[in-house]
Ligand binder design. Structure first.
Ligand code: F3S
Length: 429
């Protein structure tokens, strides 16, 4: 394939983009008879188009064959990012009658799909967003709208091949669950959902799952914000490498969720290992012989880089990646008997919100003036339209993206600092 043709394939994936870092090549691919029939159009034009995308990407990245996937997660759901061109692309595909053939979930949309008016979302945006969701639903996709599908029942197991898009979910699935996925672009994930296949390259292969860097952590890492600050620093250093952490043996799920999300934001880390914690690190030697060692003895640089000099706070956002039940519970406990001065959003999956409601955790948050917001997050919602200028968050990923994506000045710190800012309207201390 010529460079020009490769460029065309990449451009055809707009507006989602591709975010892979593996070598490109012109491999000859071995397809099964069923895969050849899909490519020949025997299953209809929509399946043919999907298989063409999978095979083209496989050739670009030197894959020899395809691999059956057990689940797919599709990003590029918010109308804010898709625009009319992306929305029409999806609706046209849906009109061709294509259906997904493996369990497929969606990343967050640009708004809470039922309570969007309460967030101040315009009618125009809401109708365009709902049209996008309808196109996905017509293809048989579950409109779960969460970047943490592993918290709500889509939890792949060790060694399972999947095709997920959202960078933080990709990181969690590869690292904490031991599943295998590259970071798919929107159309390539959709194509994987329609064909049930993806190309076997990158992180689907053992040789690319070896650690390229050893990270010796020699400072306390306790809160989710600490994990995020550490992830920010490491992502910047290792870029698309595979870090192997020492010194994080007590890590829990919420910390690892924050760590992976931050590394995927400041770098392009899609897989990491934690000594004694993550499944591949526990199973054997996963460190490449030439791995470089990096020592982290302070998180100060990470906190400094993610904070802007702003004191008055307009919005406090918790739940990037989407909040777990435990995070909602911690927030509810802290807010009991208090009253917020600023907007407070705890963003989460609709299913998690329902569980929180059943357990009486939403009521104290709402009584304090906060909102448990489902289906969306502040990075993919049209925040600029809401007239907000400053944000406090405990998420390094949100702090990293909010200035550019949402035009906000940011304070980044621990959950208690953020909640204090929600109550006083100012960043503490
Ligand atoms: Fe999820 Fe939005 Fe953060 S998609 S990872 S909450 S930027």
């Amino acid at each position: 394939m010529t460079l020009q043709k490769r460029q065309l394939v990449l451009e055809s994936c707009w507006p989602y983009g591709l975010n892979s870092t593996f070598k490109v090549g012109d491999a000859k691919m071995n397809l099964t008879s069923e895969e050849k029939a899909m490519l020949a159009g025997d299953f209809g034009p929509g399946v043919k188009r999907a298989m063409e995308i999978i095979v083209a990407l496989g050739k670009i990245y030197g894959a020899r064959e395809l691999v059956v996937v057990q689940s797919v997660q599709v990003a590029g759901v918010s109308y804010k990012n898709l625009g009319d061109a992306g929305s029409e692309f999806l609706q046209e595909w849906a009109k061709q009658g294509v259906r997904v053939c493996v369990p497929t979930t969606l990343n967050p949309a640009g708004m809470d799909l039922t309570h969007w008016r309460e967030l101040g979302i315009s009618e125009e945006f809401a109708h365009k967003q709902l049209a996008v969701i309808e196109a996905f639903k017509a293809m048989g996709i579950i409109p779960s709208c969460s970047c943490a599908p592993y918290l709500i029942g889509t939890s792949p197991t060790l060694g399972q091949h999947i095709a997920w898009s959202e960078s933080s979910a990709v990181s969690f699935a590869n690292s904490v669950l031991g599943a295998r996925t590259n970071r798919e672009g929107g159309p390539s994930a959709l194509a994987a959902a329609i064909t049930g296949r993806t190309a076997r390259y990158g992180l689907h292969l053992d040789e690319n799952r070896q650690a390229t860097h050893i990270i010796e952590v020699r400072c306390p890492v306790t809160s989710e914000a600490d994990f995020g600050a550490l992830g920010y620093l490491v992502g910047k250093r290792v870029k698309n490498g595979v870090p192997y952490f020492r010194g994080l043996e007590d890590s829990q799920q919420n910390g690892l969720k924050a760590l992976g999300a931050a590394m995927a934001a400041s770098g392009a880390v899609a897989l990491y290992h934690v000594e004694g914690v993550t499944p591949e690190a526990r199973a054997g030697d996963v460190v490449a012989t030439e791995a470089e060692t990096i020592v982290v003895d302070s998180l100060d640089e990470g906190y400094a880089a993610l904070n802007s000099p702003v004191d008055a706070i307009d919005l406090v956002s918790i739940g990037c990646p989407h909040a777990s039940l435990a995070e909602i519970e911690e927030t509810a406990r802290w807010l009991e008997g208090k009253r917020t001065k600023t907007r407070l959003w705890i963003t989460t999956a609709r299913k998690t919100k329902e569980q929180a409601q059943e357990q009486g955790l939403v009521e104290p948050i709402e009584a304090a003036g906060g909102k448990v917001v489902a289906d969306t997050c502040l990075v993919v919602a049209p925040i600029k339209e809401l007239g907000l200028h400053s944000l406090a968050t405990n998420s390094a990923k949100a702090a990293f993206y909010a200035p550019a994506y949402s035009g906000l000045m940011v304070r980044f710190g621990r959950l208690e600092q953020c909640l204090e800012a929600a109550v006083t309207g100012r960043w503490p201390g």
